[in-house]
Ligand binder design. Structure first.
Ligand code: NCD
Ligand code: ZN
Length: 351
């Protein structure tokens, strides 16, 4: 039986939702991750530092592990102002500002339509070295959904980066070869998160042999060639630009499996197991730690975690659902068998 110990991973892009859902989302996140970066697309969105601090208290009230440490990004709306940006920079739990192009994804209605109207905020963020986290897709309905990320990079992101060359940027949940190549061509303060599902699956899993809503997320799963580009990116020794952000995005069963189902894959319970399986199959297990536990911490200038996780090759079945107080969430790969699991967490000392 194969096994590996790695520094405990962090999840730098997760949707914990709120209220009753926290009982499930926080419990699952803290089972695998020491730190998470929780996204601000609640209803209403998290647009101020006090709203984030209050959300943080609700999350910590649900946490059982005293070491679990949630971080946040502020939602970039038309109401954002310089004072809030300065306050955010001084808040130890806020790592950046999240820009959702309006209409790009779930709960992005409050997002920014034309970023050119907000250059003064980007200039201040550049001065403060406060990272801009981006959902990188154009929203023009005439652009094919599979092309929206590549178009965004060429038409919007690249000119933006040239205009604000020192602004730290995280291109979130990248899905294309174009994104990989662009990020690789950039200096160290430009990085990208990659999800487990975009590494493990492609659009055939969503569309071939039956339509499977569990695999529907935004940005949408792409062709196999793009999936391979993502795999090559994270399985290259010495790479520093790419790190794990699961984008685990649970939606209640009724909303996910409907005539107009919500976008989002609920991957928290399977993320580490599936990653270990994937890296093992590609004979790249030794590179898992860099992607899941080191690069993200380095980018955000945070210390490496002191605990280690023990991953072993041992089968288990993914639960069919998680239910709390009448809310049911179905995880990706529900009822299927995975061949790796996370067994224990132990303390280590990096000194
Ligand atoms: C996310 C959600 O449900 O909040 N959905 C998704 O498909 N990824 C939003 C997002 O990150 O785009
Ligand atoms: Zn997300």
């Amino acid at each position: 039986m194969h096994s590996i110990n790695i520094i405990q991973p962090d999840d730098w892009h997760i949707h914990l939702r709120d209220d009753r859902a926290l009982e499930i989302t926080v419990a699952l996140a803290e089972q695998s991750f020491a730190r998470v970066l929780a996204m601000p697309n609640l209803v209403p969105p998290l647009t101020t530092v006090p709203s984030i601090l209050s959300y943080r208290s609700r999350i910590l009230a649900s946490a059982k592990n005293a070491h679990f440490n949630p971080y946040f990004a502020l939602y970039f709306t038309g109401e954002l102002n310089a004072n809030t940006l300065r306050e955010a920079k001084h808040c130890p739990w806020i790592l950046g500002v999240k820009w959702y192009p309006q209409g790009a994804t779930t709960h992005s209605d409050w997002g920014i339509q034309d970023i050119h109207q907000h250059f003064e905020h980007l200039a201040l963020m550049e001065e403060l070295a406060l990272p801009l986290l981006i959902h990188g897709e154009v929203t023009d309905s005439t652009i094919d959904i599979f092309d929206r990320e590549a178009r965004f990079i060429g038409n919007i992101l690249n000119p933006l980066q040239q205009r604000f060359p020192k602004l730290p940027i995280v291109l979130e949940h990248i899905t294309t070869r174009q994104a990989v190549d662009w990020v690789k061509s950039m200096p160290a303060h430009i990085a990208a998160t990659i999800t487990v599902h975009h590494l493990a699956f492609n659009r055939n899993h969503l569309l071939a042999g039956g339509l499977r809503p569990d695999y529907y997320c935004l940005p949408i799963l792409k062709q196999q060639d793009h999936q391979q580009a993502l795999q090559e990116a994270v399985m290259t020794s010495g790479q520093t630009h790419f790190f794990l952000g699961t984008d685990s995005a649970p939606h209640v069963q009724d909303k996910k499996y409907s005539a107009c189902g919500c976008a989002g894959c609920f991957t928290s319970p399977i993320a580490l197991a599936l990653l270990a399986e994937l890296f093992y199959e590609h004979k790249a297990l030794s590179l898992l730690e860099t992607f899941s536990s080191i690069n993200g911490a380095r980018f955000y200038q945070l210390p490496l975690n002191q605990q280690q996780v023990h991953l072993i090759q041992k089968e288990w079945m993914v639960p069919h659902h998680y239910t709390v107080d009448g809310l049911t969430f179905i995880p990706l790969l529900a009822g299927q068998t995975l061949s790796w699991q996370c067994q224990s967490i132990k303390g280590i000392n990096h000194e």
